[in-house]
Design a protein around this ligand. Structure first.
Ligand code: SAM
Length: 289
C-alpha cells in the first residue's frame, strides 16, 4: 500500500478529514521524504523537533534515524492518532500544543547531549512566524530543514538585487546559511494544495554577523523595505531613525561607497550592518557635542 492509501485508510479508521484551518496537507511522496532525511543528515546523536507531525509520514522515518523525536502537533485528534498508532516507537514524544506557545528551551534542555535539528513540513498559514520564532529566540538549534510554499522558499533563498529579496531574506542571512534543496509539486501532497512547495535547509551559524545593536539593525531594515519601490534615501531617510535625515543618510552612503540611488533590495546583510554602525557612530558623536 502506498502512502496515499495508508493515510486515507488511517483517516477513515478514525473518522477524520484533513483540516484546512491547520494547513493539513500530508506529504505522500516517499522519495521526497527520503531526500529530507538525507539532507538533514539525521543521526542517532540528534534530537529532532518536528513541527506538525500530522499522520506521521515524516515522523516514523525520523524515529528510525534520530536518537529522540519530539513532535509538536496542535490538532488534538492528530496527536491522539499518533499516540495510538506509534506507541511502539519508544523515542517518539508527542506534545499536543501550538508550537507558537511552546517553550522550546524546556524541551531542548531535557536532552543536553543531543544535537538539535528542527525538521518539518510546515503548515503554510504560519510558516514565517514559526521560522522567525526559531531564529529570533536563538535556541540552541543546529539545523532547520523545512518544507514551505515555493514562493516563500524563493524569498528565503533570494540573492540581493532580485525582486524576491526582502527583509525576511536579510533575517535568514543574518542567522543562517541557507540552501534550496528541492521543489515539490502540489500532487505530492494529500490533499493537493493550490501551490507547489520546496524544501529549504538552514544551518544556524552563531554570531555569523558581528553586530553592535541587533534591534537597531532590524529597525533600519524594516524602515528600508516599507516603501520598496522608493530609493533607500527616500524610504530610510524619511524614517529619520536616530534623527538621521535624508542629507545625513546621503553622507553615510557616500562614505560607504554605496550609490545614492540604491534600493533596499540591492544591499546585503553586511551592507545593512555597516550602515547601522554609521548610524551608531553619528548618534554617539551627536551625544558628545
Ligand atoms: N508532517 C506531516 C506530513 O508531512 O505529512 C503533516 C504536515 S501538514 C503540512 C502541517 C501539520 O502541522 C498538520 O499536522 C497541522 O495540524 C500541524 N499544525 C498546524 N498548525 C500548527 C501549530 N501552530 N503548531 C503545531 N502544529 C501545527
Amino acid at each position: 500500500m502506498g502512502l496515499k492509501d495508508e493515510n486515507l485508510t488511517l483517516m477513515r479508521k478514525y473518522g477524520i478529514k484533513a483540516q484546512k484551518k491547520y494547513g493539513q496537507n500530508f506529504l505522500i511522496n516517499e522519495e521526497v521524504l527520503d531526500k529530507i532525511l538525507k539532507s538533514a543528515d539525521i543521526k542517532n546523536e540528534d534530537l529532532v523537533i518536528e513541527i506538525g507531525p500530522g499522520l506521521g509520514n515524516l515522523t516514523k522515518r525520523l524515529c528510525d534515524k534520530a536518537g529522540e523525536v519530539v513532535a509538536i502537533e496542535i490538532d488534538k485528534e492528530m496527536a491522539n492518532i499518533l499516540t495510538q498508532e506509534y506507541e511502539n516507537l519508544h523515542n517518539l514524544h508527542i506534545v499536543n500544543m501550538d508550537v507558537m506557545k511552546c517553550n522550546l528551551s524546556e524541551i531542548i534542555n531535557e536532552y543536553p547531549n543531543l544535537t538539535v535539528k528542527v525538521v518539518a513540513n510546515l503548515p503554510y498559514y504560519i510558516t514565517t512566524p514559526i521560522i522567525m520564532k526559531l531564529l529570533e529566540e536563538e535556541y540552541d538549534i543546529k539545523l532547520i530543514e523545512v518544507m514551505v510554499q515555493k514562493e516563500v522558499a524563493n524569498r528565503l533563498c533570494a540573492k540581493p538585487g532580485t525582486s524576491d529579496f526582502g527583509a525576511i531574506t536579510l533575517a535568514i542571512n543574518f542567522y543562517t546559511n541557507i540552501d534550496y534543496i528541492v521543489t515539490v509539486p502540489a500532487k505530492d501532497f494529500l490533499p493537493a494544495p493550490n501551490v507547489d512547495s520546496a524544501v529549504t535547509r538552514m544551518e544556524i551559524v552563531k554570531n555569523k554577523i558581528e553586530v553592535e545593536d541587533k534591534n537597531l539593525l532590524f529597525s533600519i531594515i524594516k524602515a528600508s523595505f516599507l516603501m520598496k519601490r522608493k530609493t533607500l534615501l527616500n524610504s530610510l531617510g524619511s524614517a529619520k531613525i536616530l534623527g538621521i535625515d535624508k542629507a545625513s543618510l546621503g553622507n553615510i552612503l557616500e562614505k560607504l561607497n554605496i550609490p545614492q540611488n540604491v534600493r533596499a533590495e540591492n544591499l546585503s546583510i553586511e551592507d545593512f550592518n555597516r550602515l547601522t554602525s554609521e548610524y551608531i557612530k553619528i548618534s554617539k558623536d551627536k551625544g558628545i557635542k
